[in-house]
Ligand binder design. Structure first.
Ligand code: SAM
Length: 252
C-alpha cells in the first residue's frame, strides 16, 4: 500500500524497534489499551497476542479492511474507524500508545492531557525534537508550553531514539519513544487557567516574564511564588506556574 503523507504514514519495519516499543508498553492480559494509528498492525499484533483489551483508532479508510481481516477475528480487539483527535475517553484508565502521525502529535497530547483522569500512561513514538520539548527542564532552551502542560500531569521519561531507517517510507527526522505516566496526586489546578497563563508567559520568549504577564499578574503575586520579574519564562518551574495559576484563581 502506498503511504499517505497527509496522514503521517511512516510504517515501522524494524522488528528490533517494534520489539523495544512493545517491551516499554509491557501489555498485560485484560489491560485496557488504546492504540492510535495501528497502520498495518506492526505493533498491534503483539498487543493483541498479549491478551490486552485492545481498541484501535485508525483514520485511513483503506487500512480498515486490512486491520479488520487481521484482527476482527480476535475477541480482545475492537476497531474504530475515526479521527483520534475526536476521541472521548470513558471507561478507563487506559494505556494510550502508538507510533503517532507527527502532524497530530501536539494536539493529541493536549487532548489526552485534558482527559488524563482516564489515562494511566501514554507511550508514543514521536519526532525526537518533540520528545525533547516534552521532557525539557527549566533553563533549557526547549522548555516551553508543552513541557509545562504535560509535566503538570505526567512524569515524562524519554526512551530510545529511532533512526529514519526503521520506517517505510523514511521520515526526514529522528524519532524517539516517550513514556508519560499519569501523576497519582497532581496539583489541583484548573487546566484552562494554567494553559492561558503559560501561553501568555511564553508569548514573547526574548522578553522577561514581567513583560509577558504584566496584564494578568501583579508584581506581588509573582514575588509570592518566588519569581523574579526579570526572569525569562523558560527559567520558571512547573510548580511555580501551578502556584501562580492558583493565586490568580483565588483572586478571581
Ligand atoms: N502503527 C503503524 C506503524 O507503526 O507502522 C503506523 C504508524 S503511522 C506513523 C501513523 C498511523 O496513524 C497511520 O496508520 C495513519 O493512517 C494513522 N492516522 C493518521 N492520522 C490519524 C488520526 N487523526 N486519527 C487516527 N489515526 C490516524
Amino acid at each position: 500500500m502506498k503511504a499517505k503523507k497527509a496522514l503521517g504514514q511512516n510504517f515501522l519495519q524494524d522488528e528490533g524497534v517494534i520489539h523495544n516499543i512493545v517491551k516499554i508498553i509491557n501489555p498485560q492480559a485484560g489491560e485496557k489499551i488504546i492504540e492510535i494509528g495501528p497502520g498495518q498492525g506492526a505493533i498491534t499484533q503483539y498487543l493483541q497476542a498479549s491478551g490486552a483489551d485492545l481498541q484501535l483508532i485508525e483514520l485511513d479508510h483503506d487500512l480498515i479492511p486490512i486491520l479488520q481481516q487481521q484482527f476482527a477475528v480476535h475477541d480482545n480487539v475492537t476497531l474504530h474507524h475515526m479521527d483520534a483527535l475526536k476521541l472521548q475517553l470513558e471507561g478507563g484508565p487506559f494505556k494510550v500508545v502508538g507510533n503517532l502521525p507527527y502532524n497530530i502529535s501536539s494536539p493529541l497530547l493536549i487532548s489526552m492531557l485534558y482527559q488524563s483522569t482516564e489515562v494511566s500512561q501514554m507511550i508514543f513514538m514521536l519526532q525526537k525534537e518533540v520528545v525533547k520539548r516534552i521532557c525539557a527542564t527549566p533553563g533549557e532552551k526547549l522548555f516551553g508550553r508543552l513541557s509545562v502542560m504535560l509535566q503538570h500531569r505526567f512524569e515524562c521519561i524519554g526512551h530510545l531514539s529511532i533512526p529514519p531507517e526503521a520506517f517505510i517510507p523514511r521520515p526526514k527526522v529522528d524519532s524517539q519513544i516517550v513514556q508519560l505516566v499519569t501523576k497519582k496526586d497532581p496539583t489541583n489546578v484548573p487546566l484552562p487557567a494554567l494553559e492561558k497563563l503559560v501561553k501568555q508567559a511564553f508569548a514573547m520568549r526574548r522578553k522577561t516574564i514581567w513583560n509577558n504577564l504584566k496584564k494578568m499578574v501583579s508584581l506581588a503575586q509573582m514575588e509570592a511564588v518566588g519569581i523574579d520579574p526579570g526572569q525569562r519564562a523558560e527559567t520558571i518551574s512547573v510548580a511555580q506556574y501551578e502556584q501562580l495559576t492558583l493565586l490568580l484563581e483565588q483572586a478571581c
